[in-house]
Design a protein around this ligand. Structure first.
Ligand code: AMP
Ligand code: ZN
Ligand code: ZN
Length: 430
C-alpha cells in the first residue's frame, strides 16, 4: 500500500495498519467512567532536542508542574548525540554501536547501501528489538504517534517494507512520519486511541515532537524562536494531560529528549579540506562529528593529516575511540571519527555564508547535550530529583511499566531508576 493509501485507509483499530491522523477538533469528553475502570497506560513522549535546562526558562507551565509532581533527572544521551541513534537506544536499551543505528546517515560496506532518516528497510534495524515488539508478542497492544523505527517491519526482510505482514512487526497502530502533522493532531491521535474500548486500546504509546529541535537548529538554543517552540510543545503536553483527565485515563508519563543542543556559528567551523586533500577521503556525516572513510590506498596520508592534534577537534581511528563513548566496533562506523568541541562544526569546506544556529552530535557527556527526563504518574514519586543517568536505562524502566519481564543482555541497568517509584509503586505497575 502506498503512503497515501495507508493514510487514507483510516482503519482505526486494525492491527498492523497505519491509522489516519485526526483534525484539530478537540477531543470529545467521554461519559464518566470509574477511576478503576482503566488500567494505567504508559506514554513515552520525546521532545526532540529539548535540553534539560529549557525546563528552567519560565516557558513550561505543564512540564514544570509534571516535574514538581513527579521525578526529574539529567539524562545523558548515548554517543553520537543524534536523533536516530538515541531514539533507537531509548526503546531498545542498547547503545548505538550494538543496535546498529550508529548515525543519522550511514553507509554499509557489506551492502553498498546508504541509510538516511527515511530508510525503513528492516535490514538496518534488525540488530535490536524495540520494546513494542516484545509487548505485542506478549499480547500488550502498542501504538506509535511517530518514533524513529516505528514504521519499520522489525525482524522482517526488505521485501516487507511498507507492507504490514507476519514477517515483520510494528506497533498495532502507527503513523507514517510526516512533519506537517501538527502538535494538536498528534495529541488528538493519542487521545483517540485511548478512547477506544479496552480490547483495542493501546497500553503503551509513543508520542514525538520535532519542533524544539528544528527551532534549536535554525535559531540556536538561546533564541526567542526556540523558547516559543518550547512553550508550544509544553501547551501540547498540557492538552494531552487535560485529555487524559477527561477520559479518566491514568497514565505513567515518561517524557524524554534524545539529546540537547549547542549554539553554533560560522565563526566556529573546522574545514576538513584545509587539513587533507578532499580527493583522498569520503565523508559519511559532518557537523558536530565527522565520519571519514579514506579512499583505497589513502589511509596513511589521511590518518597523518587528521589524527595529528587540532584545535577544537580530535580524531581517532575507530579502534582507538575512547572506551567511554562505547563506539567503534560496529562495521557501520567508518574508519576515522573526528569529534568537535561543543559549539564547533566540522565541515567539508569553509562556510560560504555567515550563520548562527544550533547542533548536536557532540560528546554525549557535554552539558550542552543533557537531555530532559520527567516521569509522572500513579507509580512515580512526587517531587524527587534523581542522580544523572544514561539513556540506556529508560528501556528497563519501560519494560517494568508495561509489565514485561526484565530483559537480559542490554546495556541499560534495571536498577538505575528504581528510585523513581513511589513507595510500593514499583510493585503496583500493571
Ligand atoms: P536531527 O538531524 O538529528 O536533528 O534529526 C531531527 C529530525 O528528524 C527532525 O527534524 C525530524 O523531522 C526528523 N525525524 C524524526 N522522526 C523521523 C522519522 N520517523 N522519519 C523521518 N524523519 C524523522
Ligand atoms: Zn534529535
Ligand atoms: Zn536535531
Amino acid at each position: 500500500m502506498t503512503l497515501a493509501g495507508l493514510l487514507a485507509a483510516a482503519v482505526l483499530g486494525l492491527a498492523g495498519c497505519a491509522t489516519s491522523v485526526p483534525g484539530d477538533a478537540p477531543p470529545q469528553p467521554q461519559v464518566s467512567r470509574s477511576a478503576t475502570g482503566r488500567s494505567p497506560v504508559t506514554i513515552l513522549v520525546s521532545i526532540d532536542g529539548f535540553r534539560e535546562d529549557y525546563l528552567r526558562r519560565g516557558a513550561t507551565p505543564t512540564l514544570s508542574r509534571l516535574a514538581a509532581g513527579g521525578v526529574t533527572a539529567v539524562m545523558h544521551p548515548s554517543f553520537p548525540s543524534k536523533t536516530f541513534p538515541n531514539h533507537w537506544t531509548l526503546v531498545t536499551g542498547l547503545r548505538p554501536d550494538r543496535h546498529g543505528i550508529v548515525g543519522n546517515r550511514m553507509e554499509s560496506p557489506e551492502r553498498r547501501a546508504v541509510f538516511t532518516m527515511a530508510t525503513d528497510d528492516p535490514w538496518w534495524w534488525n540488530a535490536a528489538r524495540p520494546v513494542w515488539v516484545d509487548a505485542e508478542k506478549a499480547g500488550i497492544r502498542t501504538a506509535a504517534m511517530f518514533w524513529p523505527g516505528a514504521n519499520v517491519a522489525i525482524s522482517g526482510t526488505s521485501a516487507d517494507t511498507g507492507r504490514p505482514g507476519p514477517a515483520g512487526m510494528r506497533p498495532s497502530d502507527w503513523v507514517p512520519y510526516n512533519k506537517a502533522v501538527n502538535d494538536t493532531q498528534r495529541v488528538n491521535m493519542v487521545l483517540d486511541w485511548l478512547r477506544r474500548p479496552d480490547e483495542i486500546r493501546p497500553h503503551f504509546v509513543t508520542l514525538y515532537f520535532d519542533k524544539v529541535d528544528t527551532a534549536g537548529h535554525d535559531h540556536g538554543p538561546d533564541s526567542a524562536q526556540n523558547l516559543q517552540a518550547v512553550a508550544e510543545v509544553d501547551a501540547a503536553i498540557g492538552a494531552l494531560v487535560a485529555g487524559l483527565k477527561v477520559l479518566d485515563q491514568p497514565a505513567n508519563l515518561v517524557i524524554v529528549a534524545d539529546h540537547g543542543m549547542a549554539a553554533t556559528s560560522s565563526n566556529r567551523v573546522i574545514a576538513l579540506d584545509a587539513l587533507a586533500d578532499p580527493e583522498r577521503y569520503h565523508l559519511i556525516e559532518t557537523g558536530p562529528f565527522a565520519s571519514v572513510a579514506p579512499q583505497p590506498g589513502a589511509a596513511d596520508e589521511v590518518e597523518r593529516a587528521l589524527l595529528a592534534p587540532h584545535e577544537h577537534m580530535q580524531c581517532w581511528r575507530k579502534a582507538d575511540i575512547p572506551a567511554r563513548f562505547h563506539y567503534g566496533s560496529n562495521p557501520r562506523v567508518p574508519p576515522i571519527l573526528c569529534l568537535a568541541q561543543p559549539g564547533w562544526l566540522i565541515q567539508a569546506s569553509a562556510p560560504r555564508q555567515p550563520f548562527v544556529g544550533g547542533n548536536h552530535g557532540y560528546d554525549n557527556m557535554a552539558p550542552e547535550m543533557n537531555a530532559l527526563f520527567i516521569a509522572h504518574g500513579p507509580v512515580f514519586a512526587a517531587g524527587r530529583v534523581l542522580p544523572d543517568f544514561d539513556n540506556v536505562d529508560i528501556y528497563p524502566l519501560l519494560r517494568q511499566l508495561i509489565g514485561l519481564p526484565a530483559a537480559a543482555g542490554v546495556d541499560g541497568n534495571g536498577a538505575a531508576l528504581q528510585g523513581a517509584f513511589r513507595r510500593g509503586g514499583a510493585s503496583g505497575v500493571n
